[in-house]
Design a protein around this ligand. Structure first.
Ligand SMILES: Cc1cc2nc3c(=O)[nH]c(=O)nc-3n(C[C@H](O)[C@H](O)[C@H](O)COP(=O)(O)OP(=O)(O)OC[C@H]3O[C@@H](n4cnc5c(N)ncnc54)[C@H](O)[C@@H]3O)c2cc1C
Length: 410
């Protein structure tokens, strides 16, 4: 596997407004780790669809990456979204799946009860307890409000029945964050009764009542993505994750807050996806710059040809624009400033940019870019996904346009 091994890379700044010596040091340490430990593994394992090794997961845990957002009192780093995206960009530059797996500690504890926070957050920060998110269904992707997976109350338990699609890491996770209906589907009030449930499971397998089939995907290798069936699977009544009083009926609480909670989790994940997109695009840029200086055509390095030089200028400009928007939205999130629409904007802009820039990277590599001898094709395959998951580009456009125009009549 060929490709860039540079540690400093092309210019990629922390914008001055968000710069500090601590953030610079964090970025440098993560960059070194990503380029030395993650990139060689990605280059070796992605072409054979190998899984992220446990030894790398242990290293990620040691670096504290599963607990960036987890408060220090629970053993996390207690940092903010700015640091989270900074680290994510560096890891994604090496392997997007690794930049994604850190979210399985950082991103899934928001709805925990205080008892679960005490019990689980320290283990999540250490990478010992990681989750998978089971929201999408065969007939419910963008249209989340049409989910049909059902949680029915039976004494002290919820009984889960239904199908889930696209559940990445369902096998390797220690728990599933399952979105299901606590009340029957009501076409007149489709959001009612949608709730999140905490499903504890053994790492590496599925318990009785859950079965899974891995999906065949184009990229995002390093872990599997599953279609899941729940067949009379039982979980304790208290495993519904909502801000509710102890004496409040769980199904009633689901009516009040479940849908909003699921949507909020998706919204903050969008900035993380922007960081993943930017990391991939940067990989394409850095590798292209290296290749342009080595590859000779017409008796000179192809980096002398102005058209390709201008392509590099365009790639670098697009990346920097996305990065600055990303830091601005991350900072808004850290300061509790409302930025849902801006989170959609940065997800849309960064993922569309990433597919264009990684495709340009392939073009700069010529035929070599269309082989798995160079990682640039992997960056493109993974960048392609960033336009689809965490809300497709069209759904982001819908959110953004709805904020600017009256909604069309249904
Ligand atoms: C590799 C991979 C990993 C994933 N991991 C997970 C995971 O871990 N957990 C999980 O829950 N999900 C996961 N997903 C699912 C992902 O979030 C969905 O694929 C995504 O939300 C889109 O849903 P869909 O595939 O059903 O497409 P659909 O919703 O069927 O969309 C099809 C097309 O219609 C467009 N469209 C739909 N509605 C509108 C509209 N109102 N206006 C305009 N256009 C519209 C879409 O933009 C798209 O172009 C993953 C998906 C993939 C591919």
């Amino acid at each position: 596997m060929k490709g860039a091994t540079l540690l400093s890379g092309a210019p990629s700044s922390i914008p001055a407004a968000y710069w500090s010596a601590e953030r610079q040091a964090l970025r440098d340490a993560t960059r070194e780790f990503a380029m030395k430990e993650v990139l060689p593994l990605a280059n070796r394992l992605d072409p054979v669809q190998g899984e992220i090794p446990m030894s790398l997961r242990d290293q990620l845990a040691k670096m504290g990456y599963f607990g960036i957002l987890i408060p220090e009192q629970y053993g996390g780093l207690g940092l903010g979204i700015v640091e989270y995206v900074l680290i994510t960009e560096e890891l994604a530059r090496a392997w997007m799946s690794v930049a994604s797996i850190i979210a399985r500690g950082n991103g899934l504890g928001a709805g925990f009860t205080s008892e679960m926070r005490e019990r689980l957050l320290p283990r999540m920060a250490r990478g010992e307890c990681l989750g998978a998110f089971a929201l999408s269904e065969p007939d419910a992707g963008s249209d989340v409000a049409s989910i049909r997976c059902r949680a029915e109350r039976d004494g002290d338990h919820w009984v889960i029945n239904g199908q889930k699609m696209w559940c990445t890491f369902a096998d390797g996770a220690d728990f599933l964050l399952l979105v299901a209906r606590a009340t029957p589907y009501d076409p007149a009030n489709r959001h009612a009764g949608i709730a999140q449930f905490f499903v504890e499971k053994p790492r590496g397998s599925f318990p009785e009542g859950i079965s899974g089939t891995p999906m065949r995907k184009v990229g995002y290798h390093g872990w599997k993505t599953w279609e899941l069936s729940f067949d009379n699977f039982r979980i304790p009544l208290g495993n519904i994750l909502l801000p509710r009083r102890d004496d409040e009926d769980a199904a009633e609480a689901a009516d009040k807050g479940g849908f909003k909670r699921a949507m909020k989790a998706l919204s903050s994940a969008r900035v993380h996806t922007a960081a993943r997109s930017i990391g991939l695009a940067r990989g394409a840029l850095e590798d292209s710059i290296a290749y342009m200086q080595q590859r000779i055509q017409f008796g000179r390095p192809i980096g002398d040809f102005q058209y390709l030089r201008f392509k590099v200028a365009d790639m670098a400009t697009q990346i920097e624009a996305a990065r600055r928007l990303m830091y601005s939205v991350a900072d808004d999130l850290d300061h509790d400033r409302s930025c849902d629409v801006e989170a959609s904007m940065v997800k849309l802009f960064a993922s569309e940019m990433s597919e264009r820039v990684t495709s340009d990277g392939i073009q700069i590599h010529g035929g070599a870019g269309y082989t798995s001898d160079y990682p640039v094709e992997r960056y493109w395959r993974d960048a392609r996904l960033t336009k689809i998951f965490e809300g497709t580009s069209e759904i982001q456009m819908r959110i953004i346009s709805d904020a600017h125009l009256p909604r069309p009549k249904s």
